[in-house]
Structures are given as structure tokens and as C-alpha cells.
Design a protein around this ligand. Structure first.
Ligand SMILES: [Zn+2]
Length: 238
């Protein structure tokens, strides 16, 4: 099992860890800051460094079996032995963009009052699908309400809810296609002031102001119950 440091601190860019298991093109550590693909959020990429100065690129991160997180590396990569110490460092600019998109999707969820039928984010855009009539989706109005929530610079807080309570309040699961991970008796939640509250396992910003400027890129029908709203972030001044 890999300790999920990104859940407690999404801003951790690197950590030291011990190699638990190696496989062709796969490295499993005892702890990691690398987020594994899930909940519509792509897995992290980055680098593993070992003590002798060698480094290997991590090209993706996924869940393995039994709570393991698998760092994918080139099959020919020279790897450390099991038990060795490594430093795991994510591609932070990429992750931060994904955190901005992820947090923005929570705001989009709050702005469009309709069931969410799907969602996904990438480095350059993100979307949610809603079960709603097209005539009720107005790009300018959505942009205006999103901008107000960003401007309000609301706190984004991590919490937990008991599985039994979640079962009694199914309306909290906003994204029908993305059920939160179960089995520990408790499920992680994300609360954005009184705007959004739902179970979510992803990585988020601390405050909505950090999302920055964004616009609605496109609104398109992807089927009877899927009306897709795509958002695009403007580049942050660095
Ligand atoms: Zn989330």
C-alpha cells in the first residue's frame, strides 16, 4: 500500500520514499506525491531521483492492486533496487494547472444546476457533461457566475464523511460517472464555502482565487443526457 501524500497536501511537489516493488516499467513506493489517474483527473508525471544522482522520468501514474500507486517509467530505464531511498518529484507546473482546472470544475458544478453525467480535465481544457436542456446553458452567464466565484476567493476545505451518511445523502454525489473510492468506512469530501460540497479524491487549490481567469470554450451536445460545457483557463502571469 502506498501512502497518498497528495491527499493531505496537494501542494507537496516532492517527497522522499522507499522503493517497495519493481516491475517492468513500474515503480511502487511506500509513499508518494504523485496523483494516480482517477475521478477525471490525469495522473502526474515527473521524475524519480536516487541517491547516486541518477534520475528517471515518470511518464504516468496509476492505481495498482491493493492500494499501490504505480509510477510508470520507460521499460529500459535503469532502476534502483527494492529498499532503496528515492526522491519523487512531480511536474509541478502541470499539476498546478490540473488543480486549477479541477477546482474550476467544482465551481462549474455549482453554477449549472443540473445532474452531472461525466467530466474530465486535461492540461489545456476541462469539461463537465450535464443532463440539461441546451437552451438553459448560456456561456456568457456561466462565465460571469464563475468569475464571481473566483473573485470571491473562497476557501476550499478537505473533510471526511462516513459512508453510511453518504448513503443517506446520495445527492452529494454530483458526478454520476465518478463515484468516490469506498471501503475505508469514510469518504473524503471537498467543501467550497456554501457553494459546493461533495465527495472527491482529487487535488484542489486552497482558494478559488487561485483559479484565475477562465472562459467557456464551447457548449456542445454529446447526446440526449450529455450537454458538454468546456472551460479554458487563461495563462497566469508568472
Ligand atoms: Zn474535486
Amino acid at each position: 500500500m502506498t501512502a497518498t501524500l497528495f491527499r493531505d497536501d496537494a501542494y507537496a511537489e516532492q517527497c522522499d520514499a522507499t522503493v517497495l516493488r519493481l516491475d517492468e516499467g513500474c515503480v511502487v513506493l511506500d509513499r508518494t506525491v504523485f496523483y494516480p489517474t482517477g475521478g477525471g483527473q490525469p495522473g502526474d508525471v515527473g521524475e524519480l531521483h536516487w541517491a547516486d544522482g541518477a534520475r528517471v522520468a515518470v511518464v504516468g501514474t496509476v492505481w495498482g492492486e491493493a492500494g499501490e500507486i504505480v509510477h510508470r517509467v520507460a521499460p529500459q530505464a535503469r532502476l534502483p533496487a527494492v529498499g532503496n531511498r528515492v526522491r519523487a518529484a512531480i511536474d509541478w507546473p502541470r499539476r498546478h494547472r490540473l488543480m486549477r482546472y479541477h477546482t474550476a470544475l467544482h465551481l462549474l458544478c455549482a453554477v449549472v444546476a443540473a445532474p452531472v453525467t461525466g467530466g474530465r480535465m486535461a492540461e489545456d481544457k476541462a469539461h463537465l457533461d450535464f443532463d440539461i436542456d441546451m437552451s438553459r446553458l448560456d456561456a456568457a452567464a456561466i462565465e460571469q457566475r464563475l468569475a464571481a466565484l473566483v473573485e470571491a476567493d473562497l476557501a476550499v476545505e478537505i473533510g471526511v464523511i462516513a459512508e453510511a451518511e453518504l448513503d443517506a445523502r446520495p445527492e452529494l454525489v454530483r458526478t454520476m460517472s465518478v463515484q468516490p473510492p469506498r471501503g475505508q468506512g469514510r469518504v473524503r469530501t471537498i467543501r467550497i464555502a456554501d457553494v459546493d460540497y461533495q465527495p472527491c479524491g482529487g487535488t484542489h487549490l486552497r482558494r478559488t482565487g487561485e483559479v484565475g481567469a477562465l472562459r467557456v470554450g464551447r457548449i456542445r451536445s454529446e447526446g440526449r443526457r450529455n450537454k458538454r460545457v468546456t472551460i479554458v483557463l487563461d495563462e497566469m502571469p508568472s
